[in-house]
Design a protein around this ligand. Sequence first.
Ligand code: GTP
Ligand code: MG
Length: 192
Amino acid sequence: MKVTSAVFVKSAFQESDWPPDPRPEIAFLGRSNVGKSSLINSLLGTRGLARTSNTPGRTQSLNFYLINDRFRLVDLPGYGYAKAPKALKAEWGISAENYLAKREQLVLSIHLVDSRHEPSKQDLQLHEWLKHNQKPHFIVATKSDKLSNNELRKNIVRAERAFNSGRVLVYSATEKRGREDLWKVIEKSLKS
Ligand code: GTP
Ligand code: MG
């Protein structure tokens, strides 16, 4: 995919803020701090378009980016940030889940998991939800640069077993590892 334009459209805090036009959307989901915003930036080859931070739970709204005037990438709020106030925690869940459940433009959900850790209960729950609701989805293991090749191989096998849903794609935003393969997956979802 050649990215000729990447534009931040808006942050949505409620359903009425979602862009109304029918262009297809690819959503990025996963726990807080897993690297969603960094992955979006590395895919687009932009540095600060999607805001990243060391403070987990930073992305609390749904953030829409329009690519090549043709489709959108959507950065969803992260789940599982233990220190969030209860009210906020509930809100994140509802806004992301509402989007996943209702959005007709959604053609693919890219589920990010941290390559260093065993899939969490919430990771597995989200995966089950996507399967149960027949949402096209794809699993990506982030931050692979933080592991040795040996550890990485072991962890990917472990994740593939835990999710039991085919390939888990190895990714690193800092090294751009996995970028071309992930674009292929995205392009395929836009064609079908
Ligand atoms: P929330 O918006 O809080 O849900 O987080 P997020 O999932 O968008 O994570 P974000 O992209 O902000 O990244 C969190 C931290 O992980 C930042 O300090 C990033 O620099 C770091 N990070 C993300 N991806 C990678 C990666 O591939 N390699 C390394 N080494 N660090 C990464
Ligand atoms: Mg983020």
